[in-house]
Ligand binder design. Structure first.
Ligand SMILES: NC(=O)c1ccc[n+]([C@@H]2O[C@H](COP(=O)([O-])OP(=O)(O)OC[C@H]3O[C@@H](n4cnc5c(N)ncnc54)[C@H](OP(=O)(O)O)[C@@H]3O)[C@@H](O)[C@H]2O)c1
Length: 240
């Protein structure tokens, strides 16, 4: 296994933040993208760029390197209203959110990938809330697709981590200590997190031994900042 971390979903949001953190730290990074041109505009020659569309399994079989240390998977449907796939059909959303993860898992198995797949999921899937009701209405079936993708990964035989994030924002990271808990929380504004902070946690999950086959929730706590050691201790606490 080498030190490379691959990001699928690298050209926007949390995946883009993860790529930027890897590049800033001088760590080997690969972006698996459906537009290499767009990725080149974002990362230049500072990362390896590989074509891969999660709705096209044959492209993933070509893209995945079995020697990567891990894959950070942050794919979500894009386009449509607000660029976030709102009011797309249930089938289209499922093809990306659930089908994309299934195709990635199967390609990993086919290629003999031995690293860890770190999957972005959401809090509030097991607790009824108005927030989840609204989200499930604007993105039909989101709750089912999110539950199903995590279950598929957990049963895959691969090494995995499922990170259930609070409501995402694009504020700068590093201004809050993080709450990390094995418990679920309702999808409410008081449980928020910046994509930059979430990206940092997801990257830490690739190599942290405590996080193998764990699912947890993460959202902002008090103002402050977790050092790398403090973050590692919070992740280690999940292992009991
Ligand atoms: N929004 C929230 O408050 C919230 C809360 C908790 C969890 N989540 C979860 O967070 C995830 C989304 O994170 P985000 O908002 O940071 O991401 P995002 O900005 O929506 O980015 C999605 C990424 O997926 C890529 N993508 C889309 N279709 C693809 C395909 N067919 N093949 C390969 N890549 C594809 C996009 O690439 P292009 O640039 O090519 O479009 C983009 O890089 C979802 O799983 C969501 O359930 C969201």
């Amino acid at each position: 296994m080498n030190d490379t971390i691959a990001v699928i979903g690298a050209t926007r949001g949390t995946g883009l933040a993860a790529m930027r953190q890897l590049i800033d730290a001088g760590r080997p990074a690969t972006a698996v993208v459906r537009s290499v041109e767009k990725a080149r505009g974002l990362f230049g020659d500072k990362a390896t760029l590989v074509y891969g569309d999660v709705t096209r399994p044959e492209t993933l079989a070509q893209a995945i390197d079995p020697d990567w240390a891990g894959i950070v998977f942050t794919v979500d449907i894009t386009g449509g209203i607000a660029g976030r796939g709102m009011f797309a059909s249930r089938e289209k959303i499922r093809a990306v959110m659930y089908g994309g993860l299934v195709n990635t898992v199967e390609a990993c198995k086919q290629r003999g990938f031995k690293g860890r797949l770190v999957l972005l999921s959401t809090i509030g899937l097991s607790i009824p809330s108005t927030g989840m009701k609204i989200l499930n209405w604007v993105k039909p079936g989101l709750r089912d697709h999110s539950i199903d993708k995590a279950e598929y990964l957990k049963k895959s035989g691969l090494d995995w981590t499922v990170v259930r994030a609070g409501i995402l924002n694009d504020k700068p990271g590093g201004a809050h200590a993080l709450t990390i808990t094995g418990e679920d929380r309702p999808l409410e504004m008081r449980y928020q997190i910046a994509r930059a902070d979430l990206a940092r946690v997801m990257l830490a999950c690739v190599t942290d031994p405590a996080i193998s086959k764990r699912e947890f929730s993460v959202f902002w706590g008090e103002a402050g900042h977790d050092s790398d050691a403090e973050l590692a201790a919070k992740l280690a606490a999940l292992a009991g």
